[in-house]
Design a protein around this ligand. Structure first.
Ligand SMILES: [Zn+2]
Length: 845
């Protein structure tokens, strides 16, 4: 995950990376058409049915790819004739002497012909449609042996007490190890090291290797980000950092490896990255994820890291004499394992001992452009050897400690089912373990997600439930009405019983989180998140008592859309959730004459009932009967010019808006505002750097009634430079982030916004001129979870308390503007905040 902190959003800046729906063709490459497609359909395919269904491990993995060589009863090898991609001379790996993407399938095809230890499958497609390969290294297995392994794997999770007592399982269960490589596209060598390991083990006649493959199954996703590999970018082709996406699963690359992880249930996993100068091997520094069974993790993670360090030392390069092990060598907060957004941290919740490994020698970015090819290739050879050595060492650790690793994975799931507390860990449990390493949580007994007819947040509840199920969190549905904690819940409400094997992940996702500002001076990446508070669904916590109601397991949330019965009534749609916005843009795109009431409610004429029925069905939204005296103003489908980051563009497009990416350069190039109704500004647009002509066009757009929605420091700077709203924007510390409590302001643009929001580099507005209204304010004690300290010239939560987080106003010239100090679209994560963005867009347009 090595990256300068300035890339803290984990996203490519817009100006250089305006991308791209699926299937953009890189120069020189003839892209094949992806068979599975990407986006929502793939999400559904990948996520459902969940583990509560009866699809076996092999069945689900095979179903994710195009090639389906295996039935559920297949043994090993499971060999697939992988389709080969056209040679691309522009593949960025070539200059480094590494394997270009188009060579991977031919190599794997050839290896499968040579060796019955090698199986290759396709487990998904990248954003641009390249195949994602899973290679399995194992000694041949009969269908019966493979089926037994699959049953045991399920037993370990479903009934760990029985698994712990099963002597044959203890003897014969093959240790699954998972290697993920190249999730950052311009950190190449994990792929090549993995291919070297595959090549060696495929044909090795060393009896030790043969024995290894009798007791171990090694799974390798050889490149998790082939689009980035080819293009030489950290991000995927949509501009997302896949190694920040595991909590949210917005990208096909992260969903594919999530499903590999769930279905293979590795004891150990390695995520191969670069470049940290000195090889870096996790475990990480505090704060440690509080939802882990950390005792079971750290004892293996530390030992395994020491083994990997010895292995790279034996390579004999001066550059690999030692490693940095953050747990041992770094200060708290410098390389923490707190958020479940990184592959290894996310994997811990699925029972794996997860490690990030950073190969040492930089070959990307400036070095890629500037160093002599010979030096680049020398570095890449060393990096490649480091990758192979760490993979081999981790596999050997898993073989050697198979029994204990297996027992500890079983114990992780057993504690979950039993609802036992996490263990107190004594000082020096592993060398250096002390007070600063202690993070823990008291798990609640259950979460309840209310559902039922007419629930306003019904689509949000369904979205959250589907997300949980796709992540192997068990959710059930109440068969009757029940009472809990003084609340009455209707039949059909969802229950997350925390007596379950992956309770840690369930809690990491649903809980409010924790304010860790006082624990460490800074953090590596995000510190606060909460699907429970930010995804729009009501999520209630049952601390001590489980719901006393019969439930049935959920494989998919039930349908939620509805219309009022009377066919001649006009229909009202309230923009409570992003799904409501999607329904609105869907209707507008079809030419339905929608009007907007003063309170923001959209009214759809009865004559468009059939289109509304389709929208209700597709997006799960609820239309109600419109009031008789609705006489709103006609709404046009907004057309947005957006100077925004890749995640924000993705959110705006996902809501169904027509989005035209702009930047300083695009405006200076003569961008035509014709037809644009709102300008969204968050990053990449510097008003002062615009040419006189571009400034004139911006001014004309504003004078002709164009609206502005601005976000963050970039948006506030634009507001000031363009002379829009008279406010002073005050910046908090640039790395401060988390979930905040907010209250309603005096305006009515964001009337229905939820009581929590998300911030990164928080901003607030003071000195509001008469024409400016506070739409939303930071609460008295705003930080719910995350890390936000006052800095030298930057206020903390105490300074932001009570101040405006979002403001609106109309300029003298009649321009409507909304300024956000919060981050409602961050990494396409806080799904429950999108409606307020749409409210702002509709109001400003
Ligand atoms: Zn990385």
């Amino acid at each position: 995950m090595a990256v300068s902190r300035s890339v803290r959003r984990g996203l490519a800046a817009l100006a250089v990376l305006v991308t791209v729906p699926a299937l953009t063709t890189p120069a020189g490459a003839q892209e094949p058409t992806p068979p599975g497609g990407t986006g929502d359909a793939a999400y559904r395919d990948a996520g459902l049915p969940g583990r509560s269904g009866d699809v076996s491990a092999s069945g689900r993995l095979a179903a994710a790819g195009e090639n389906r060589p295996v039935g559920q009863q297949a043994g090993y090898p499971r060999q697939t004739d992988l389709r080969e991609f056209p040679e691309n001379p522009d593949d960025k790996a070539i200059k480094l002497g590494l394997t270009p993407y188009h060579d991977i399938a031919p190599q794997l095809n050839e290896l499968q012909q040579r060796s019955d230890r090698v199986s290759a499958e396709v487990v998904g497609q990248s954003t641009q449609g390249r195949d994602l390969y899973l290679v399995t290294l194992t000694a041949p297995e009969s269908p019966a042996e493979a089926a037994r392994q699959a049953r045991w794997r399920e037993l370990i999770e479903d009934d760990p007490t029985a698994a712990a007592e099963n002597e044959r399982l203890a003897r014969e269960y093959k240790a699954p190890v998972w290697i993920n490589a190249n999730i950052h596209g311009d950190e190449w060598e994990g792929t090549d090291g993995a291919l070297d390991v595959i090549d060696r083990l495929a044909t090795s006649d060393d009896p030790a290797d043969a024995a290894l493959l009798e007791s171990t199954r090694i799974y390798l996703t050889v490149t998790n980000n082939p689009d980035g590999r080819v293009a030489g970018t950290r991000a995927n082709a949509a501009g997302f950092d896949v190694n920040r996406d595991h909590l949210t699963s917005t990208q096909p690359e992260s969903r594919a490896v999530r499903d590999v992880l769930i279905e293979t249930q590795p004891l150990v996993m390695i995520d191969e990255h670069g470049y940290t100068g000195t090889t870096l091997i996790e475990p990480g520094t505090p704060p440690h994820g509080r939802d882990y069974e950390y005792d079971l993790y750290i004892k293996h993670a530390y030992e395994n890291a020491l083994g990997m360090e010895r292995a790279i030392g034996k390579l004999g390069y001066d550059e690999t004499a030692r490693a940095d092990i953050p747990f041992r060598d770094f200060e708290p907060g410098e390389w923490d394992d707190w958020p479940p957004i990184f592959t290894p941290m996310y994997s811990i919740y699925h029972g794996a001992v997860g490690h990030t490994v950073e190969v040492p020698l930089r070959v990307n970015r400036e070095e890629y452009e500037q160093l002599p090819v010979e030096e680049l290739q020398r570095r890449s050879r060393i990096n490649r050897d480091v990758a192979a050595a760490t993979i081999t060492s981790a596999v050997e650790y898993a073989e050697e400690h198979r029994g204990e690793l297996l027992a500890d994975q079983i114990e992780t799931f057993r504690r979950g089912w039993a609802g036992e507390p996490q263990r107190d860990i004594p000082d020096e449990y592993v060398p250096g373990f002390g007070e600063e390493d202690r993070y823990s949580v008291e798990f609640p007994r259950a979460y309840v997600i209310p559902a039922g007819d007419g629930q306003r947040s019904a689509p949000a509840a369904a979205r959250l439930v589907d997300h949980l199920v796709a992540h192997d969190v068990r959710v059930s549905r109440a068969e009757h009405t029940f009472h809990l904690g003084g609340e009455k819940y209707r039949k059909g409400s969802y229950v997350v019983d925390m007596h379950q094997p992956k309770r840690g992940l369930a809690n990491a996702m649903l809980s409010a989180g924790q304010d860790i500002s006082g624990d460490v001076p800074r953090m590596y990446d995000i510190s606060g998140w909460s699907l429970g508070l930010l995804w729009g669904a009501t999520v209630d916590v049952a601390t001590d008592e489980a719901p006393a109601v019969r439930t049935t397991p959920v494989a998919a949330a039930g349908p939620t859309g509805s219309l009022p019965p009377s066919p001649n009534a006009d229909l009202a749609l309230t923009l409570t959730d992003g799904a409501d916005v999607q329904a609105a843009t869907y209707l507008l795109d079809r030419g339905v004459e929608v009007t907007r009431d003063e309170d923001g409610t959209l009214v759809v004429p009865a004559s468009a009932r059939s289109e509304a029925a389709t929208a209700a069905d597709r997006f799960g939204v609820t239309f109600t009967r419109a009031g008789k005296d609705s006489s709103g103003t006609p709404v046009a489908a907004p057309v947005i010019a957006a100077a925004a980051s890749a995640d924000e563009l993705a959110v705006l497009r996902g809501l169904g808006f027509d989005v035209r990416p702009v930047s300083t350069a695009v405006l200076n190039d003569g961008f035509d505002f014709d037809g644009v109704s709102a300008l969204v500004v968050s990053t990449g647009l510097d008003h002062d750097a615009l040419t006189a002509d571009a400034k004139r066009r911006v001014r004309a757009f504003l004078d002709e009634g164009g609206g502005v929605v601005a976000r963050g420091a970039g948006g506030a700077a634009f507001n000031e430079a363009a002379g829009l709203l008279p406010v002073t924007a005050v910046e908090g510390r640039g790395d401060a982030n988390g979930v905040v409590s907010v209250t309603d302001g005096e305006g009515d643009v964001l009337d229905r916004a939820p009581g929590h929001s998300f911030v990164y580099a928080p901003l607030w507005f003071t000195g509001l001129g008469e024409s400016v209204t506070a739409e939303q304010r930071y609460a008295r004690d705003p930080l719910v979870s995350g890390h936000w300290r006052a800095g030298e010239n930057a206020g903390g939560p105490a300074e932001a308390a009570g101040e405006a987080s979002v403001v609106s106003g109309v300029t003298d010239g009649g321009t409507r503007a909304v300024l956000f100090g919060t981050e409602p679209m961050f990494r396409d994560h806080p799904k429950g905040l999108y409606a307020q963005v749409a409210d702002a867009v509709f109001w400003a347009s």
